[in-house]
Design a protein around this ligand. Structure first.
Ligand SMILES: NC(=O)c1ccc[n+]([C@@H]2O[C@H](COP(=O)([O-])OP(=O)(O)OC[C@H]3O[C@@H](n4cnc5c(N)ncnc54)[C@H](OP(=O)(O)O)[C@@H]3O)[C@@H](O)[C@H]2O)c1
Length: 271
């Protein structure tokens, strides 16, 4: 029976959603080049998937799909079957960060879209692959949440709700299938990816100070998954948020809000 302690990534068949993004593509490269995995990468943009196929050849296959659509998961499972790709690991990594704003400033479409991509997709992926994973040894569903799931920040209500949901779901699932499917939840702090492209151009001075490169985040993340860790916190900022929230759950979000406001960055003007 697969258990956390005995779980190893080496040589596995891994599905990575959001494979073309900052963290996703770093995970894909490291899984292939360091862990000898075969990877089936999922994202909406076919051209970006083609570029990865060109770069990584045999070990990588791309499948264009929208993870927020239930039917796309069925299509993905069918594609994997046709390719003879028997997945061992699913990494639910695709995600979007709505602009920083107080809740009332979001449109219904922004709210719906963020909840579907960040939270519903994880349920759809699990629904699709869990039965297959239960029939095998050494399987895992790795869910990428966020430090916001450990300490919600003002201006990220919808993102935090989705990520906290992913965290809670992962922890319940882990216990339900303990010893059969390994379910780690990952909470990274800031990583220098394109996820903030919808914010403002001057994000880099603040984020650059304490954020991780996607490569370093992927390295730390996969090392801890390979060691069978259940709750994986990545980055100094994420540890700080997590610690502060445990000590002072009401004051910590207030303190971090002050810090964001004090930065005087335009993107935090509406929080
Ligand atoms: N960067 C950070 O600071 C940070 C911190 C904590 C947690 N995270 C989490 O880490 C994960 C990866 O984020 P990232 O920073 O690498 O973001 P990113 O660079 O913006 O990449 C996002 C990826 O998700 C894909 N994607 C978005 N919507 C999708 C959809 N509906 N269906 C399929 N694929 C979709 C994108 O590809 P297409 O556009 O081609 O679909 C892209 O490959 C996310 O879950 C994010 O919430 C990031």
């Amino acid at each position: 029976m697969a258990s956390n302690r005995h779980f190893r990534l080496y040589g596995k068949n891994v599905i990575v959603t959001g494979a073309t993004g900052g963290l996703g593509s770093a995970l894909v490269r490291r899984l292939i080049l360091y862990y000898g995995c075969r990877v089936l990468g999922v994202a909406r943009r076919q051209t970006a998937l083609d570029a990865l196929t060109h770069e990584l050849s045999e070990a990588f296959r791309g499948f264009a799909a929208d993870v927020s659509r239930r039917e796309d998961w069925e299509a993905l499972a069918a594609f994997a079957g046709e390719q003879g790709f028997e997945a061992d690991v699913l990494i639910n990594n695709a995600g979007i960060l709505p602009r920083f704003a107080a809740f009332g400033a979001y449109s219904s479409e922004e709210i719906r879209s963020a909840m579907r991509v960040n939270a519903a997709s994880v349920l759809y992926g699990t629904e699709t692959f869990l039965p297959r994973f239960l029939a095998k040894e050494g399987t895992a569903i790795v869910n990428i949440a966020s430090a916001d799931a450990l300490c919600p920040l003002a201006g990220t209500s919808v993102y935090s709700a989705g990520k906290a949901g992913v965290m809670a779901f992962s922890e319940a699932l882990r216990e339900e299938y303990r010893g059969r499917v390994y379910v780690p939840a990952v909470c990274p702090g800031f990583i220098r990816t394109g996820i903030m492209r919808h914010q403002t151009r001057n994000v880099s001075p603040l984020v650059g100070k304490f954020s991780l490169s996607p490569e370093l985040a992927a390295k730390r993340l996969l090392r801890r998954v390979n060691a069978g860790r259940s709750r994986i916190v990545i980055g100094m900022d994420a540890h700080l948020m997590s610690g502060a929230y445990r000590i002072a759950p009401v004051l910590a979000p207030r303190l971090f809000r002050r810090v964001l406001k004090a930065s005087r960055l335009e993107m935090f003007a509406d929080i």
